[in-house]
Structure formats: C-alpha cells, structure tokens
Design a protein around this ligand. Structure first.
Ligand SMILES: [Zn+2]
Ligand SMILES: [Zn+2]
Length: 403
C-alpha cells in the first residue's frame, strides 16, 4: 500500500489549504443550517435529508437509512488502494438553547450543544473536496454520518448493518470539536483517549415505619447511605492507583416525611474506566458492595446494570498519521496536545474495536469571542474557524493514507 516512489499525483499542500479555506463560508452555512434544526438520536430526519441532498447534488454515491437515519457516502478514486473511513455524528441534545445568535435552535427544547452540527458540516466539506479531487488519492473513502451518539448509540447498529464491509475498511478516523482545548490546537494520542461508560440503577428495599420506632423497621435511607459511601472505596481501594476509574452516584431519592422511615430508596450512577481489561470488574464489585451491605442490614435490592460504550482506544500508527497531519495544519508544535484524555465517552469506540483508527479532539474554544462554554451547556458554541481546519486534517489524512 505504501509506495516507495514519490506519489505522481501528490499535490502542493498549500493548494489544499487554499481550496479548503475557500469552502469556509459554505461550512459555516451548513453548520448554521443544521444548528437551527437539532434532532435527537435516531430522529435525525431533517439532518439526514440535508446530507443526502448535498451528496446527491455533488454526485457522490451514498446509502441512506443505515441504522435508521444514518448515511454512508462512498468516494472511490480511479486507482486501487486502501479504504479509509471518516466518521461524523449528527445528533443533538434535549437542551433549551440560551444563546442569542441569529442561527439559534428553532426546535424547542432541542439543541446542538455538543458540536455534532459542526462534525456533520466538516464531513460534508471533506466529501465535497474529495469528490472534486479523486485523482489525488488511491482507493476509497467512506464517510459515515452516524445517528444517536448521545444515546442510545448509532455506531454499533451501523457496524451490524455492514458499514465497515464491502469494500472492507482498513482504518477509520473521526474528530470531536473540543471546547476543552483552544482553537488552533489538536488533542491526539495513541492508546486510550476516552473512557468506557457503564451505568446502574438500584432500588434498596427496606421496611418502612414510624420515625420514632426504628426497631420495627429496616431503614432504606441508612442502608443506602452506607452503600453510597462504600461504593467510593471501589476506586480508592480496589482499583490499581496507576489506573483511572470513576464511580459516581448521581441520583438518590428516598423518603416522604420527616417522621416516616422510608420503605425504599433509589439511586443511579455512572462508571468510567480506560483499561478494557477492567470490563466486568467494577460492575461485579458494585453488586458485591450492595449485596453485602443489604445482607448485613436485613434489606434487599434490585439492580439494573448497563455496559454502554467501551473505551475509545486509538491505534498507534493511525494516531501518528493524524498527529503528523495535524502538526502541519496547526503549524506549531505547541498546537499538538497529547495530554487530552477525558473520562467522557463516545461510541466511536465500537468502530475502533472493529478496525484500527484514531479519534481526536479539534480545539474550538475562543474565550475572546465568548465561545468557551462546556459541551452540553445551554450556551455552548464553538469558533467556526475550526470547521475548515477539521476538513483540512481529514483531507490530508486521506491523501497520506490512501496511496
Ligand atoms: Zn455530547
Ligand atoms: Zn459529542
């Protein structure tokens, strides 16, 4: 796949930049169009229509209705070569936008508060550029427009419907616009980038009664309080301190009156870790802690546990490809940030389990323009200058990988 001869079709890198920068007004227009029309996971009908219409316009072969609202575009060159996939997620969030901008959400209670509108625009720009420059790469590029990243997850059903097959994908890349990093930087690293996410819901079944007569009851609040505290010892005392993990109880509901001992208490929580070898370990410890404390106090419990997304693990070679391309794009060594791990999660991980690849963060915060609110905040917005940078990184990765 890698030729030792210079690529006869290689183009002047600065020409790529000029051409992609000239797409910036369209990238902004598409992003704002999508920003005004956020849709929840597996309901991205307007978004998918918009994407399909553009692909149609540009004569790009594509398949719609993959995993309900997903789309796969295939851009073949006229030379045989590897197959590189590029993934963009398309869904919004159930958040009421509080930004006062002309392109604010027109869908009540829904918002693109994570930047997936930008991901879709960047992928469209990349598709357009590549379709106009099929002679500049070998092989095939598949662009995967994925639904439902925010939940329940569109990557897995897309893989099950065969998006990585026929032609078989050799590697995959994807990006997240990232307000935890300033504009002009790229967070990229080999190995674990984002954590696995699991969650649980637990009901503690005690025996209610009079607040003045505890001896006749099993106090579900006292039992649950011990459980919440003991769950914290899993990370502190069971996980190797060299590893990273989180056990958070984010919900706790119990009781109805000051003089009533609560019959039941409910809690829910989230669990994160990087090391794939820890799969199954934290869930087992959580149940042991709950069961042990319940048994010691005469309570019982109901526990539901979900293993949602595995950790995002980047392949060393593809991460190096992205790093080398990104350093050309940001043009400053300080612009590459390898210390960018987060306990946040992403279902890009399913693609990365199936084929080698690299997911990376494209810095998009600009505090000088008041564009630095965190992801999922009702005032989230990003510096749109990042859009052309994202498309340029994707295009250059294609031209470097697909030879
Ligand atoms: Zn998000
Ligand atoms: Zn996101």
């Amino acid at each position: 796949m890698v030729s030792i001869l210079p690529n006869p079709h290689s183009v002047d890198q600065s020409q790529i930049r000029l051409e992609i920068r000239s797409l910036q007004p369209q990238l902004v227009e598409w992003r704002r169009h999508l920003h005004q029309r956020p849709e929840l996971g597996f309901k991205e009908q307007l978004t998918a229509q918009f994407v399909a219409q553009k692909l149609q316009e540009w004569g790009i072969e594509h398949k719609t209705g993959v995993a309900q609202t997903g789309i796969v575009a295939t851009i073949a060159s006229n030379r045989p070569g590897p197959v590189l996939a590029i993934r963009a997620d398309m869904d919004g969030l159930p958040i009421q936008e509080q930004n006062d901008v002309p392109y604010r959400s027109q869908h009540d209670g829904l918002m693109h508060a994570c930047g997936h509108d930008g991901h879709t625009a960047i992928a469209l720009g990349t598709a357009y550029y590549l379709s106009q420059h099929r002679e500049d790469f070998a092989g095939t590029v598949k662009i995967i427009f994925q639904p439902a990243e925010e939940g329940p997850g569109g990557a897995k059903p897309m893989i099950e419907e065969g998006v990585l097959k026929n032609p078989d994908v050799d590697a995959i890349i994807g990006l997240h616009l990232w307000n935890n990093l300033p504009l002009g930087t790229v967070g990229v690293r080999s190995g674990a980038l984002m954590a696995a996410v699991e969650c649980f819901r637990c009901t503690i079944l005690g025996k209610g009664g009079h607040g003045a007569m505890p001896h006749q009851t099993v106090d579900s609040i006292v039992v649950s309080a011990q459980i919440v505290n003991a769950l914290q010892t899993i990370v502190a005392r069971n996980v190797n301190p060299i590893e990273s993990a989180v056990v958070t109880v984010g919900e706790f509901h119990a009781g109805t009156a000051h003089n009533v001992i609560a019959n039941t208490a409910r809690m829910s929580g989230t669990v994160r870790y990087f090391n794939p070898a820890m799969e199954g370990y934290l869930s087992k410890r959580i149940e042991q802690v709950i069961a042990g404390i319940c048994q010691s106090q005469g309570a019982s419990y109901e526990l539901d546990y979900w293993h949602l997304y595995p950790p995002v693990i980047n392949d060393a070679k593809i991460a190096e490809l992205v790093r080398s391309v990104a350093s050309d794009v940001v043009e400053t060594p300080a612009g590459i940030v390898p210390e960018c791990q987060t306990m946040g999660s992403e279902d890009m991980s399913f693609f990365l389990q199936a084929v080698p690849g690299c997911y990376f963060f494209l810095g998009s915060a600009n505090p000088a323009k008041d564009l630095a609110y965190p992801h999922h905040h009702p005032r989230f917005d990003f510096d749109e200058t990042a859009l052309a940078m994202g498309a340029e990184i994707f295009v250059r990765c294609v031209e470097k990988f697909c030879q």
